[in-house]
Write a protein that binds this ligand. Structure first.
Ligand code: GLY
Ligand code: MN
Ligand code: MN
Length: 496
């Protein structure tokens, strides 16, 4: 029996190592290196209060339906600090060195244990050895070890973590995320009610607010390794916009147009879209986060708003172009387009280290409001003439203009003063839906121009410049031939 067990163990070890070797050989070589994540853990440690421990959990697996899950996406903080892309994991970072499990350590990662059958279906897991070797952790253990890990959280002045949303399902996996959270709650004596601090601020050492501030400070300023990946994600997205400008013609479906962008992303090995792609023609473009993309045939004379971002090794771009389906802006479309362009230019002009974030929005809103008064769409720039009482927002420019991008499309970062090496969007827009209190000639004109910028001491660098922004440059490019012009598919409706 013992011999049989040993043979089986050896056999599974062999399968796993073959799978691991195969997958390692095929992996891209430009992921963030383990040293990057290690240095980021130290940067976090430097910001933590004395005698504290920070605890991070991986993202949950989300079920799509029946036995099919959504593609797994790691929690961005967890990824930033570990480079680990697997679920059911927990990370502990200590401010000071600890003497635990007969060694001295200041961090520890708990990861999924190997499981031959599951790895047969889903691919190799790193396991604790892989986590130490590939992610550069001095100590990594398996999920089930967390329960017996001899740590007394009560002796820390602060236990930093994100409060739980109670939306994690139990799975069949041993020591899954659900179990890890339960074990942690038990270990910290988590109160019955949440949020923790608001109930008994003085009676415990649990801190569910500081971590977000620290992580926002860290993640908001991009390191050179991150900038390399972000530049690539932005370039890929801008090339997608360029290629679609050349390929666009009336009669395509919104979904087909979306697919051309995403095809370009895959050519450049961007793994995902950083958020669901927004491709809206005519009035669909007036829905700010329109992701249905269901219109079967975009029409001659319509504008189409395309807000998409490639995600490359975790980092996402966020680029919007609005173009005429037939290649030529009408007079009214061009008027609105050029006004949005002018608003974006006004923000670009003042975008540099030291500028308050809110001044960027103010610069765009001033141009748009004054421009719309001149065109007769607003009576005046008084808020009573601009604000739509039903939404409480500027009627035709109802959203903000700028946010950080990075591991999230709306990335963590500080939003008071611009600092060098922040990467942000500038994205003014004007949307005039049918039924608006404006002359009908303006109806169904949606325009957003969104670009990504690296903030510097002297100004800001436009990263998405591979996609034309000016109305006449867009029209000129739309005249060019496209490799997609040659694509023909069989007709499945008329059995041809
Ligand atoms: N793509 C979402 C946004 O522009 O913020
Ligand atoms: Mn955006
Ligand atoms: Mn966007």
């Amino acid at each position: 029996m013992k011999v049989l067990t040993s043979i089986l163990t050896l056999f599974f070890a062999l399968i796993i190592s073959v799978l691991c070797v195969g997958q390692t050989a095929d992996r891209p070589t430009d992921y963030l290196p383990s040293d990057f994540h290690k240095e980021r853990r130290q940067a976090l440690r430097d910001e933590m209060p004395e005698n504290s421990v920070a605890v991070f959990f991986s993202n949950p697996i989300r079920n799509r339906s029946n036995d099919v899950n959504f593609v797994y996406h790691q929690d961005p903080d967890f990824y930033y600090l570990t480079g680990h892309r697997e679920p059911h994991s927990v990370l502990l970072i200590f401010k000071e060195e600890q003497n635990l499990i007969k060694t001295t350590l200041n961090e520890i990662l708990f990861v999924r244990a190997h499981h031959a059958l599951k790895e047969l279906y889903d691919g190799a897991r790193l396991g604790k050895e892989g986590a130490m070797e590939r992610l550069g952790f001095q100590i990594a253990l398996e999920g089930p070890d967390f329960k017996k890990f001899p740590i007394d959280f009560s002796r820390f002045d602060k236990v930093l973590f994100y409060d739980f949303k109670n939306d994690v399902r139990q799975t069949k996996e041993k020591a899954d995320l659900y179990d890890l959270i339960e074990v942690f709650k038990e270990k910290i004596n988590y109160p019955d009610q949440s949020p923790v601090l608001k109930i008994e601020p003085k009676k415990n050492n649990l801190d569910v607010t500081s971590l977000n501030m620290i992580m926002s400070r860290l993640r908001g300023i991009k390191k050179p390794e991150e900038l390399t990946l972000l530049r690539r994600a932005v370039n890929i997205s801008a090339i997608g916009q360029r290629e679609v400008m050349k390929a666009m013609r009336p009669g395509m479906s919104e979904a087909e147009i979306q697919s051309l962008h995403e095809y370009v992303y895959k050519i450049y090995q961007a793994e995902y879209e950083g958020y669901p792609s927004i491709v809206g023609a005519g009035h669909n473009g007036c829905v700010l986060h329109y992701i249905d993309n269901y219109k079967p045939s975009v029409e001659n004379g319509e504008l189409i708003l395309m807000d998409l971002g490639a995600e490359y090794h975790g980092y996402t771009a966020d680029v919007t172009r609005t173009i005429p389906v037939n290649g030529k802006f009408t007079k009214e479309q061009k008027t609105i387009y050029d006004l949005v362009y002018k608003a974006q230019e006004a923000a670009i002009e003042i975008c540099r280290e030291g500028t308050p974030f809110k001044k960027l929005y103010a610069a765009t809103a001033m141009v748009i409001n004054e421009g719309l008064v001149e065109l007769g769409l607003y009576k005046s720039t008084d808020s009573t003439d601009i604000i739509n009482p039903e939404t409480g927002r500027n009627r035709y420019y109802p959203h903000g203009c700028c946010h950080h991008i990075g591991l999230d499309v709306h990335d963590k970062g500080e939003y008071d003063i611009l600092k060098a090496n922040m990467v942000i969007t500038i994205e003014p827009g004007i949307y005039i839906p049918e039924g608006s209190p404006a002359d009908k000639k303006w109806w169904n004109i949606p325009v957003r121009i969104e670009d990504d910028f690296l903030v510097t001491e002297e100004g800001c660098e436009l990263l998405s410049d591979m996609a034309p922004r000016k109305s006449d440059e867009i029209e000129a490019l739309m005249d060019a031939p496209s490799p997609f012009d040659a694509i023909e598919m069989p007709d499945i409706d008329n059995n041809k």
